[in-house]
Design a protein around this ligand. Structure first.
Ligand code: 13P
Length: 254
């Protein structure tokens, strides 16, 4: 049984005050419920405040990126160990916006993920096809290529996020069937790379226009083990509603 993982990717939104207030709500609502894993990933400047509020609860705070080297002359970058020092447990790696705007490749994303795991962080590794590739019928080929680097990672500290690029921030969600097809393919593929036991235990999250009104159907799919939520995670009520769609949730305190 895979424990659902629901993560908020705030992207470049929100400062320390907003993140601290948001995490406070998450701690009060979900902080003592072991049936779900909730991860909040605000921008770097908000991480210390968010981590302080989350400390000691089941709510985890994560970064949105880290560098592939442990330290050095890399202006503007942040090392995984620096995130660990703040008390973080997770980091997002390989997001399509990093691939699209910042030259991220499979190789650099894999380097970042390895560095994160070396430092003791768990990784949410993102992949997904563009609209052009989907329309060309190449979705599974893209996923096969992008996932090859997962062979070099430790399955224990890994979750994979399938985020079709055409569904990110567009309001155009993958159908539950499209998501399930991609997730089932990825699980089989990861079974070949990391072993079937590891693949069976690995959480594969869906990301791309997840909202309160489509989360239940997406999260109800057999191979969809959680969500990586962008825009709809900025509001605590909406994000809470999405978390409650993860199967088996029992709220103790509201
Ligand atoms: P949206 O939920 O805003 O589509 O973003 C998805 C995403 O990129 C999460 O990482």
């Amino acid at each position: 049984m895979r424990r659902p993982l629901v993560a908020a990717n705030w992207k470049m939104h929100g400062g320390p005050d907003a993140a601290a207030k948001f995490v406070e709500v998450m701690v009060a609502r979900f902080g003592d419920d072991p049936s779900r894993e909730v991860v909040v990933c605000p921008p770097f400047t908000a991480l210390p405040a968010a981590a302080m509020i989350a400390s000691g609860s089941a709510i985890a705070v994560g970064g949105q990126n880290c560098h592939w080297e442990d330290k050095g002359a890399f202006t503007g970058e942040v090392a995984a160990s620096m995130l660990v020092e703040l008390g973080l447990r997770w980091v997002i790696v390989g997001h399509s916006e990093r691939r699209q705007y910042f030259g991220e490749t499979d190789a650099t994303a894999a380097g970042r993920a390895r560095a994160a795991q070396r430092a003791g962080l768990s990784v949410i590794y993102c992949l997904g096809e563009t609209l052009e590739k989907r329309e060309a019928g190449e979705t599974l080929a893209v996923l096969e290529r992008q996932s090859a680097v997962l062979a070099g990672l430790d399955a224990g500290g890994l979750a994979v996020a399938y985020e079709p690029v055409w569904a990110i921030g567009t309001g155009r969600t993958a159908t539950a069937a499209q998501a399930e097809e991609a997730h089932a393919f990825l699980r089989g593929r990861i079974g070949g790379l990391l072993g079937t036991d590891a693949a069976a235990a690995l959480r594969i999250l869906y990301g791309g226009s997840v909202k309160a009104d489509n989360a239940a159907e997406l999260l109800g799919q057999e191979d969809v083990d959680g969500a990586l939520v962008g825009g709809a995670s900025l509001d605590a009520e909406t994000f809470s509603a999405i978390i409650r769609c993860a199967p088996g949730f029992t709220a103790r305190r509201e």
